[in-house]
Design a protein around this ligand. Structure first.
Ligand SMILES: Cc1cc2nc3c(=O)[nH]c(=O)nc-3n(C[C@H](O)[C@H](O)[C@H](O)COP(=O)(O)O)c2cc1C
Length: 356
């Protein structure tokens, strides 16, 4: 059965789950407009995750996706952590603050939080998706027994083949243009494939539906990917300016004036694409020490961002965004969905050529 029919939705337009950006109202509006809404719950504890899912279910009876981070947790390395704190000390000092003594994990992994699986089983969202890999087999078996489909983000063919083997019902194929964290299972192994290149590699080898993600801003781009074999497109950056998103006004302002993005691992400890600022242009220096690891570096970066902002300096703002940032449209969720749908329908392929 084709993906949209399986989900019971009309349009192949999926909101990307974005921790800190997606909200119940944004997710429900996208789903109500005929796409697939999403909640990025990677930074939530079980209580917060359940509250967000139930709030969304309260606002729509349409399906939506919930998403968690499945990174392999590593203990903090005290030597690396000390070196990273020493390296960032001068940046804190310019705001008259000492670098914090301790590095904290910004959040945990789904794999270490059994209560999150309980929340999924209790709330039964239409789909659960994972970023940075898949949870262990017993967890996947529990989802299978409960008939809850699961997807995973992939960045290369070998990850997609593994996802297929592990019983995923679709893969999210994340190209290098994507905003936010690169989804590789192993952060050191990045194929660097573009959204189109990845799709071209996956289509002949993967029988699962493929959801393309990365740099997609218009209905015409979505049609282009559908023609090449994608079942749907997942858009993140395009939805950040919506009033329904949780992004702050300051972040939205930064996005609206951005003229480029770049990938760096110095902010969180894993490679991620965001609007170019001091992190990419200065802190990610060729002679920097190794960062403190994910997600330990992230907590420190968030502290520096907050401190700088409190003193009116925005160069350290963590502003994840994809390559399409310069094509952003300042539209709220429903008008953006209407625009994307109208653009899709301009192409006769969408209305006549494709199978659902
Ligand atoms: C601000 C932001 C936060 C993100 N957070 C998540 C997340 O929590 N989980 C996830 O699977 N992907 C996350 N992503 C990646 C998206 O799922 C998706 O791959 C990406 O947004 C697609 O590229 P685009 O932003 O160019 O549309 C995030 C992306 C952005 C821009």
């Amino acid at each position: 059965m084709q993906l949209l029919t399986q989900l019971g939705i009309r349009y192949p337009i999926f909101l990307a789950p974005m921790a800190g950006v997606t909200t119940p109202v944004l997710a429900s509006q996208v789903s109500e407009a005929g796409g697939l809404g999403a909640l990025g719950l990677g930074a939530c504890d079980a209580y917060q995750a359940e509250a967000a899912i139930r709030a969304t279910q309260h606002q729509t009876s349409q399906p939506f996706q919930v998403n968690f981070f499945c990174h392999r947790s590593t203990p903090m390395d005290p030597v690396k952590s000390r070196a990273w704190r020493d390296y960032l000390a001068s940046y804190f000092a310019q705001f008259n603050q000492d670098v914090p003594n301790e590095l904290l994990a910004a959040y945990g992994s789904f794999n270490d939080t059994p209560a999150l699986l309980e929340v999924i089983l209790a709330t039964r969202p239409a789909v659960v998706s994972f970023h940075f890999g898949l949870p262990p087999k017993p967890c996947l078996q529990a989802l299978q027994r409960a008939n809850i489909p699961y997807w995973v983000s992939v960045t290369r063919l070998s990850e997609a083949l593994y996802a297929q083997e592990q019983g995923c019902s679709a893969v999210i194929a994340q190209g290098i243009e994507a905003g936010g964290h690169r989804a590789m299972f192993d952060p050191l192994c990045d194929s660097g494939l573009s959204t189109t290149e990845l799709l071209q590699q996956l289509v002949p080898r993967i029988t699962l539906p493929i959801i393309s993600a990365g740099g997609i801003m218009t209905g015409s781009q979505i049609n282009g990917l559908l023609k090449q074999g994608a079942s749907a497109a997942q858009l993140g950056t395009a939805f950040i300016p919506c009033k329904e998103s949780a992004a702050s006004d300051q972040l939205k302002q930064r996005l609206s004036t951005a003229n480029g993005t770049q990938i760096t691992d110095v902010i969180s400890g894993r490679p991620a694409r965001g609007v170019v600022g001091r992190w990419q242009q200065e802190i990610d220096s060729p002679i920097r020490p190794p960062h403190a690891g994910y997600p330990y570096s992230y907590a420190l970066a968030k502290q520096l961002d907050k401190l700088a902002c409190s003193q009116g300096v925005t160069d350290y703002t963590i502003c994840w965004a994809g390559c399409g940032v310069t094509a952003l449209r300042p539209l709220d969720a429903i008008p953006l969905m209407e625009t994307l749908i109208a653009e899709l329908q301009e192409d006769p392929y969408f209305t006549q050529g494709r199978s659902l």
